[in-house]
Design a protein around this ligand. Structure first.
Ligand SMILES: Nc1nc2c(ncn2[C@@H]2O[C@H](COP(=O)(O)OP(=O)(O)OP(=O)(O)O)[C@@H](O)[C@H]2O)c(=O)[nH]1
Ligand SMILES: [Zn+2]
Length: 416
């Protein structure tokens, strides 16, 4: 499949930028220098000398859940893509500068797929220095591949990784985050989730020191996921699987959940590849989460706030609500609520003049996009008749308090 040459990552907001949007650097990515003759010319199906941004899918999941099995499966399936794989589960001895290559099993082209192992350790710490360098290094081989898969170690917190691709100027100009896929081991995940309930059994994740049940790595990997594969289904009974799916659904009401054996998914396109989880939000994406939430998991839940379409003049107030909630961990115009923690946020906000705003957030980083700037068949950007209800879905700790909606409504009604 050809890349959309003018796909672009929309403007971003992050704390400390005094509310001004950071424009992603829109420079076309540079091709590898011409004197490097190991770099082949562009792949023949490239539509344009200016390459579009390369999508990256992050594959995460607990130790032994089936991540490598999934990568191998993807690499042997026919999908017409040349995929570069980055692993961060190698030993210290691996020299980051030295790029290994694996043979390109699925491609007709002779070019090998770049394969970049990262240093051992947690990608949230390493990706910022070593990891960014490895990815930039990889990007110098643009044209050899048109998709990146990144497998994180079993312990990584995807909430730290995802915003990197939005916020790092270098990465953000050549790569866009397509989606986060989390594998869970159907036989073990419930026990992992319950580890946080014991007195001192659960581990405290850095940056998540809240009252109440402890967050486990399994919670973090599930709450940030766009797609969740409940793997090793062959080892669990049908009722056991239903329980697992129910529990996961109650944590993350947005993700697509698929039950798999040996990480074999029903489809690659649109489920694992080309998900566009961060640039498209359709009504269907929010439909399930909006059906009400359950409290099967005492720690993390999904909540949906619905409210009438807002006016153009209210968009600043809407932004203020998000800013206060995500940057200050407070609810504007409210004083009575328990402390909360937001992992993921998605919204579709019709504006009364006819456009639709899309909101995406991971932890304290968020972006608001005018849907009309999003290209692709899934979103035509026009408000449909009857499309006058706005929806904001929150995933995190204590996000189901009525104070969230009260704060939003009060902030929208306040003087700008
Ligand atoms: N029975 C069964 N075994 C599976 C399934 N999927 C993977 N496995 C096996 O489980 C083991 C771990 O799978 P990997 O793909 O290496 O898991 P991983 O998540 O990459 O593991 P780490 O990188 O160590 O975190 C391997 O022996 C796989 O063959 C499955 O659906 N059912
Ligand atoms: Zn692995």
């Amino acid at each position: 499949m050809n890349m959309d040459a003018d796909d672009e990552i929309p403007s971003l907001v992050q704390p400390g930028e005094d509310g001004t949007n950071l424009d992603a650097d829109d420079e076309p990515p540079l091709l590898a220098s011409v004197d490097d003759d190991s770099v082949p010319t562009l792949v023949t199906d490239a539509p344009d000398p200016v390459l579009g941004k390369v999508p990256i899918t992050i594959v995460t999941g607990y130790l032994g859940a089936g991540k490598t099995t999934l990568l191998n499966y993807i690499l042997t399936e026919q999908h017409g893509k040349k995929i570069a794989v980055i692993l961060n589960e190698f030993g210290d001895s691996i020299d980051i500068e030295k790029q290994l290559t694996v043979s390109d099993i699925n491609s007709t082209s002779a070019a090998p797929i770049p394969f970049v192992p990262l240093a051992n350790g947690c990608i949230c710490c390493s990706v910022k220095d070593v990891g960014v360098a490895a990815i930039e290094n990889l990007m110098e081989q643009r044209g050899k591949f048109d998709y990146i898969l990144l497998e994180t170690t079993g312990l990584a917190d995807p909430g730290n990784i995802a915003p990197l691709f939005w916020l790092d100027d270098g990465l953000g100009s050549t790569i866009f985050l397509d989606g986060i896929v989390t594998l869970v081991d159907a036989g073990n995940v419930l026990r992992e989730l319950d580890e946080g309930l014991g007195d001192d059994e659960g581990k405290k994740e850095e940056g998540h020191e809240h009252e109440g049940p402890l967050l486990t790595t399994a919670h973090l990997q599930i709450s940030h996921a766009d797609v969740i594969l409940v793997n090793k289904a062959d080892l669990v009974s049908k009722t056991g699987l239903e329980k697992v799916v129910e529990r996961i659904r109650s944590i993350n009401g947005l993700a697509r959940i698929e039950v798999t054996t040996k990480s074999r998914v029903s489809q690659l396109e649109g489920l694992l590849l080309d998900l566009h989880a961060y640039d498209r939000v359709t009504d269907a994406d929010l439909a399930f989460a909006s059906k009400g939430h359950s409290h099967l998991d005492p720690t993390i839940t999904t909540a949906t706030i619905t409210f009438p379409a807002i006016s153009e003049a209210q968009t600043d107030n809407f932004d203020k609500f998000l800013r206060t909630m995500l940057w200050e961990d407070e609810l504007s115009e409210q004083s009575n609520y328990e402390s909360f923690e937001i992992h993921r946020l998605k919204g579709r906000i019709p504006i009364t003049d006819g456009k639709v705003l899309i909101v995406q957030g991971v932890r304290n980083v968020y972006e608001i996009i005018d849907e009309r700037t999003v290209k692709g068949d899934a979103a035509d950007g026009e408000r449909k008749s009857g499309d006058d209800e706005a929806k904001l879905v929150l995933i995190g700790r204590k996000v189901d308090q009525p104070a969230f909606r009260e704060s939003l409504m009060a902030t929208l009604a306040s003087k700008p």
